[in-house]
Every structure is written in structure tokens, then in C-alpha cells.
Ligand binder design. Structure first.
Ligand code: HEM
Length: 507
């Protein structure tokens, strides 16, 4: 179990030569420049796609070095499958994830395996992400999607294309804020992002820059960025603390995650999350829970627009399963099996959280060939794992949702589809994301025909997550089948201003 790892390993970045005694046997790019490393052809804006290109050339395990940091990458299905063995490997909190510690501390995503708060928070929060729990969030998700379709109806009527990643990010942020702690950022109504969102994006960008700035130069190169980051993090902390305090002293929420964190004791030990840890979890859910789903929806909409035959099949399913009910019920969402396959296939090609790190729990030998000391780690490159021809066949780039037909899934080896990570530290929000994304795709397919810009070629932007860059779509309203915007009972009239002090704070 992740929480019972013996003596903690040293924190901070551990370069590969410390943990892989026979590192020289792992292939690396041919032109290594002294001191700087494997930087020939590197684009700082697309480090992940650079690694995919290099990985395709070098094979299922390879290494790259940049500014003194050497990293081992794994993507072959056999080696990745081995690293999914929880008796030998566990999550490694390093590099990008560790850089988020000043913001998210020992919250679920950034906690070290040995930190007791991981197990406590996992046990307290897991029921809040079960399939059943989704039922209580379903009406809130419908309400937020109604705000999206209001906006898209307006854009369509004005003859404008819609900004898919921008609007999907607003949708998923509003959804997690609402279901997480009953807040409304008003993203669809604003012309500029809420200051909380600006501070969060600033803190994420800062953490990401730390990945590529050479460690000895960081204090000098990042001085002013560090000062700004301190201000951003302080603002995030203060506003979340105010939200939590208002909930403690005010009326209860609508059974959201914050209520759960405040009210639930651990089922066996009776322990509770501290206010400091609850703050960390709220920030964690906002970070982990919105861009990932937003990217998944955006890629799916791109592929649907590019494949009218697949869109027609998905739409026919929505019409058949939902009929003319104005508002799909909770259990009508999971019945959209083909729409779900479209989502899975999008996540195969572009898993929006594209890598996870695994470390050896004890000295071991990977693939029977590569010795690893306890604590040695590698980054699993999910987009390449999802393109391993041994698993997915020759045409790995083709978009084909039928790869996820039940028979095809059963025929594949375990641990070959990993968009949500693996093991004890896999994504706690998986069902949440799948319910939300399937519901939204269903509602959009039912309402609109999607017309791509004929000149658009997919470009993938790398933020903390992956996103189709510059994706816009033209919409045609379906007629006459598409029902009007559903009348959704307001979940509560007191969603934000009266209860949640985020509104007003510097807003
Ligand atoms: C399509 C959407 C999503 C994708 C692709 C995704 C992907 C992932 C991946 C790959 C991990 C493992 C990271 C690692 O091993 O270092 C992870 C962990 C996590 N995700 Fe997600 N995620 C998504 C949506 C969400 C949502 C909606 C939430 C919250 C509402 C969420 C919350 C978390 C948390 C808290 C963790 C850490 C779990 C732990 O270590 O105990 N994710 N996610």
C-alpha cells in the first residue's frame, strides 16, 4: 500500500545516474552537448512532443539529459506493464509534480507515498468520487452545460466560430468549482478571468518553468517570477481558507466535496482532515480536475468534427438512448456506450495528463535487463504506450473508437490503456471526468452539427496538460430533433455570492 513505504527517500530531483547502475545500456540521442545535454532539436514549448519523437526513434526505453538532469523514459507496453506492478513500483513524486508542492502541499496529487495525509484523504474522499456520488453532481453538471450551450447558441446566431479549448476550460472549471465547493466563478459571463483563476494559472506556469530552467540559474533567472508566484500562492491560500471558514460558520453545502471533507471522519480511525489539508485538497481538485477534462473534451470534439461518419453514429446513439427527454437522467449517461468509446479513443491518442512517474520500491531489474536501485524512477510516456504497435496494430494514428468495443478491450493485455495513471495513486476523479465528459458530448452532439475549419491541422499545445491549440468549430443547430435548452431546476439560489467569499475578494 502506498502509505506504508518504509524509510522515506531523499526529496528533490534524483538524476538517473544515481539510480540506474547500468544507465549506459539505455539508448540516448546521438548528439549530446557537453554540460547542456541532449538539446539538439529541442523546442522548449513542446518538451513532451520532443520526447515522443525521440522515443519513436530510440525504442521502448530511452534516456534524455538536459542541463544536468538525466531522465529515463519508458513507453513499451511490456516495460510499462511491469512498472504497473504495485508490489515492485509506486508513484514517484518528482520533477513537474514536485514543483507543485508549494501550491498543493500534501494534497492527494502531490503527496509523497509515505505521508500519512495521503491515505487519510484518499479514504475520506474516495466515496465522493464513486459512481453513485456522481448522481448528486449530475444536476450541477447539467446546469453548467446549459450555460455553455447558451453561449454557443449566441455565437452560432452571430455567425461566429466557437473557441473550443477556451470554452471547455470554462465549463470544466465551473463544474469542479460547483461540485467541489459550491462556488461559481462566473467564467461564461466574464470578459476577463476571475482573479482566482489568474493566480492559479500563474502558479501552474511558474511550476512548469521550474522544469526547464537549469537549477543553479533558477534563483537569478526567476527572481521576479518567484516574487509574483509567492503573491499568487498567498492569494489562493487566503481565498480558499475564506471559503472553508464560511462553510464552517455558515449553512451546509449541497453535499459537495467540501462538505464531505468537513463532515467525514475516517471510517476506521475516526481521524479528520485538518483545515490546512482541506485547503490543499480544494486547490488540488481545481488544478487536477479541470484542464485534464477540458483537453479530453476538446480533442474528442476535434475528432468528431473531422469524422462526420463517427459523429453521425454517436449522435444516433444519443437520439436513441435519450429520446426526446429534455434532460437526460443520471443513468442515461453511462448508456452512451459509443460516445464513451469516442472519448476513450481521444484519450488514447492524446491522454491529456501525458506522463506519470514510477519508482522502484526495492532494488530490482526492469525487463530482466536494466538494474534499478530502490528509489530509481522512470517517466511512463502514455501517448507512446497508447501507440505501441504490438498492442494497437500498425495504424496507431487512425481514430477508431471501435478499438474500445468490449471484445477488443478484453482481447488486449492489461495495463495498455492508462490515461488515468495506475495503481493506488491513479486518478481519483476518473468517474467524475468520464461522467462529465460523456454527458457534455451527448448534449452537444444532440444540439449541434460540428463543422471544422477546413484549413485546421491539429497542433498540440503543452501546458500542465495537453490541449488542441487554436481549435475553433462552426456550429449548425440541428433541427427539428434537437430539443430546446433543458429547464433545469436551479440547484440552489445561494451558490456563490451569499456563501462563498471568493467572489468579492479582489474581484
Ligand atoms: C480526463 C480527465 C482526467 C485525466 C486524463 C486525469 C489523469 C490523471 C492521472 C494520469 C493521474 C495520475 C498521476 C500520477 O500518477 O502522478 C491522476 C491523478 C489524480 N487526479 Fe486525475 N485526471 C482527470 C480528471 C480528474 C478530475 C476531474 C479530478 C478531480 C475532480 C482529478 C483528480 C485527481 C487527483 C486528486 C489525482 C491524485 C490521486 C492520488 O494520487 O491519490 N482528475 N489523474
Amino acid at each position: 500500500m502506498a502509505g506504508t513505504t518504509r524509510n522515506a527517500l531523499p526529496k528533490g530531483f534524483r538524476s538517473a545516474e544515481l539510480g540506474w547502475p547500468e544507465l549506459h545500456r539505455i539508448p540516448r540521442p546521438p548528439h549530446r552537448v557537453p554540460l547542456v545535454g541532449d538539446v539538439v532539436g529541442v523546442n522548449l514549448r513542446t518538451p513532451l512532443q520532443d520526447s515522443l519523437r525521440v522515443g519513436r526513434q530510440l525504442g521502448p526505453i530511452f534516456r534524455r539529459k538536459g542541463f544536468g538532469k538525466e531522465i529515463v523514459f519508458v513507453w513499451g507496453a511490456r516495460l510499462s506493464g511491469e512498472m504497473a506492478d504495485e508490489s515492485r513500483f509506486a508513484k514517484h513524486v518528482g520533477l513537474g509534480v514536485a514543483n507543485l508542492r508549494p501550491v498543493a502541499g500534501d494534497g492527494l496529487f502531490t503527496a509523497y507515498n509515505h505521508e500519512p495525509n495521503w491515505q487519510l484523504a484518499h479514504d475520506v474522499l474516495a466515496p465522493g468520487f464513486s459512481r453513485d456520488a456522481m448522481e448528486s453532481y449530475h444536476a450541477m453538471m447539467l446546469e453548467v452545460t446549459g450555460r455553455l450551450t447558451d453561449r454557443w447558441d449566441g455565437e452560432r446566431a452571430a455567425g461566429r466560430a466557437v473557441d473550443v479549448p477556451g470554452d471547455m476550460t470554462k465549463l470544466t472549471l465551473e463544474t469542479i468549482a460547483r461540485t467541489g465547493f459550491g462556488h461559481d466563478f462566473g467564467s461564461f459571463e466574464r470578459t476577463r478571468p476571475h482573479p482566482f483563476v489568474t493566480a492559479m494559472v500563474g502558479a501552474l506556469m511558474y511550476a512548469q518553468r521550474l522544469n526547464v530552467v537549469p537549477v543553479p540559474l533558477a534563483p537569478v533567472l526567476m527572481r521576479s517570477a518567484t516574487r509574483r508566484n509567492d503573491t499568487d500562492v498567498a492569494y489562493l491560500n487566503r481565498t480558499v481558507d475564506d471559503v472553508v471558514e464560511a462553510r464552517i460558520n455558515g449553512p451546509a453545502g449541497e453535499g459537495d466535496l467540501l462538505d464531505r471533507m468537513l463532515d467525514t471522519a475516517h471510517p476506521e480511525t475516526g481521524e479528520r482532515l485538518t483545515p490546512e489539508n482541506i485547503r490543499r485538497q480544494v486547490i488540488t481538485f481545481l488544478i487536477a480536475g479541470h484542464e485534464t477534462t477540458s483537453g479530453a473534451l476538446s480533442f474528442a470534439l476535434h475528432y468528431l468534427a473531422q469524422h462526420p461518419d463517427i459523429a453521425a453514429r454517436a449522435r444516433a446513439e444519443v437520439d436513441r438512448v435519450w429520446g426526446d427527454t429534455p434532460q437526460p437522467a443520471y443513468d442515461q449517461v453511462a448508456r452512451l456506450r459509443y460516445v464513451r468509446r469516442v472519448l476513450d479513443e481521444s484519450l488514447r491518442l492524446w491522454p491529456t495528463a501525458p506522463a506519470y512517474a514510477r519508482e522502484a520500491k526495492e532494488d530490482t531489474v526492469l525487463g530482466g535487463v536494466h538494474p534499478m536501485r530502490r528509489g530509481a524512477w522512470a517517466l511512463v510516456l502514455i501517448p507512446l504506450l497508447h501507440r505501441d504497435p504490438e498492442v494497437w496494430g500498425a495504424d496507431t494514428e487512425g481514430f477508431d473508437p471501435d478499438r474500445f468495443e468490449p471484445g477488443a478491450v478484453r482481447a488486449r493485455a492489461a495495463h495498455t490503456f492508462k490515461p488515468f495513471g495506475t495503481g493506488a495513486r491513479a486518478c481519483i476523479g476518473r468517474q467524475f471526468a468520464l461522467h462529465e465528459a460523456t454527458l457534455v458530448l451527448g448534449l452537444l452532439l444532440r444540439r449541434y452539427e460540428l463543422r471544422p475549419d477546413p484549413a485546421y491541422r491539429l497542433r498540440v499545445a503543452e501546458r500542465l496538460t495537453l490541449m488542441p491549440e487554436g481549435l475553433t468549430l462552426h456550429l449548425d443547430r440541428r433541427s427539428p430533433a434537437a430539443p430546446a435548452r433543458p429547464e433545469i431546476p436551479a440547484v440552489s439560489e445561494t451558490t456563490s455570492a451569499s456563501r462563498c467569499p471568493v467572489t468579492g475578494a479582489g474581484d
